[in-house]
Design a protein around this ligand. Structure first.
Ligand SMILES: NC(=O)c1ccc[n+]([C@@H]2O[C@H](COP(=O)([O-])OP(=O)(O)OC[C@H]3O[C@@H](n4cnc5c(N)ncnc54)[C@H](OP(=O)(O)O)[C@@H]3O)[C@@H](O)[C@H]2O)c1
Length: 266
């Protein structure tokens, strides 16, 4: 077992559960998880309790990972303010700003705000993290280790970047799933039986993702590699790459998500 200090996970839902699974795969230290639904502990090294009052006495976490819904922040975070001096708080809550969380945890709280995405469930997420004031190098390294268990991690110092990050990588898996959905529908329109249409759409998206992950080439080069002049791919891309088509739609979509992230921030 890797010798890292104990972790307290607050919120054992989809994202918290994915993080815990990633930590366990890496043999990270025993943890306590708090969740009112009391899901079964995934192993003997994890204690699951229903609320902050049931955390074993004497358990002093080095990191507290805040993985509850943003709308639960106001009622939940003050319950953990007592740890603020000893623990770094790593929040993955969308839209909860460092300043907003400090008002709930105390001005002296060492906080890291991070935005992961759902491929974390298969340890292929990408997370952008931003440290708040007073986070030590050791605390930042611990947060990096915890986030690296669910995929890659990039750090930024400008918290304002988390709005467009949310729009690109946080919400991004939905855009890719939409692409698969629309390809399936279009395949059916061309007469492909529904089961085969579903298989072709899903496996084209997942296989292309795997190829992209395995390649150092620019995405434009990978695209050009399947595009012969005058061929079928060129015919399709001629439609998709019309400036008013996919380029405009994605640009508008990501701008809309960025705006919405700013509106929801607090
Ligand atoms: N899913 C994404 O794409 C994504 C991406 C990036 C970041 N995030 C962030 O990740 C966080 C978790 O999202 P999720 O999708 O994992 O949500 P989720 O599945 O609803 O998980 C949240 C869990 O926290 C529990 N909970 C509620 N109040 C609590 C409390 N006071 N103490 C401890 N646990 C409590 C909930 O229980 P109940 O169900 O009983 O309320 C639920 O099991 C959110 O803040 C979200 O913004 C999500």
């Amino acid at each position: 077992m890797t010798a890292i200090p104990p972790i307290l996970l607050v919120g054992l839902g989809k994202m918290g559960g994915a993080m815990l699974a990633g930590w366990r795969e890496r043999g990270l230290a025993p943890s306590v998880a708090v969740d009112p639904t009391m899901p079964a502990a995934p192993g003997p090294e994890v204690t699951v309790v229903a609320d902050a009052a049931a955390i074993p006495a004497g358990f002093v976490p080095a990191a507290i990972v805040l993985a509850v819904k943003p709308q639960n922040a106001a009622e939940t975070l003050p319950l953990y303010a007592r740890y603020a001096g000893a623990s770094v708080m790593l929040s993955i809550m969308a839209g909860r700003t460092l300043a907003g969380m400090r008002t709930l945890l105390g001005e002296g709280a060492a906080l890291v705000r991070a935005m992961p995405n759902t491929p974390a469930a298969v340890r292929q997420g990408v997370t952008v993290a931003c440290p708040g004031p007073g986070v030590t190098a050791a605390q930042r390294a611990l947060c990096d280790t915890l986030l690296a268990a669910i995929g890659s991690v990039a750090w930024v110092d400008d918290e304002a970047l988390l709005d467009p990050v949310t729009a690109v990588s946080g919400s991004g898996p939905a855009y890719v799933f939409l692409l698969a959905e629309l390809m399936e529908q279009a395949a059916i329109e061309q007469g492909i039986p529904p089961a085969l249409a579903r298989q072709l759409a899903r496996e084209t998206v997942s296989g292309s993702g795997a190829l992209l992950a395995a390649s150092a080439e620019d995405t434009a080069v990978l695209r050009q590699n399947v595009t012969s002049p005058g061929g079928t791919t060129a015919a399709a891309l001629g439609v998709l790459m019309e400036p008013a088509a996919m380029p405009a739609a994605l640009s508008r979509a990501i701008a809309a998500a960025t705006r919405r992230s700013r509106e929801l921030a607090g």
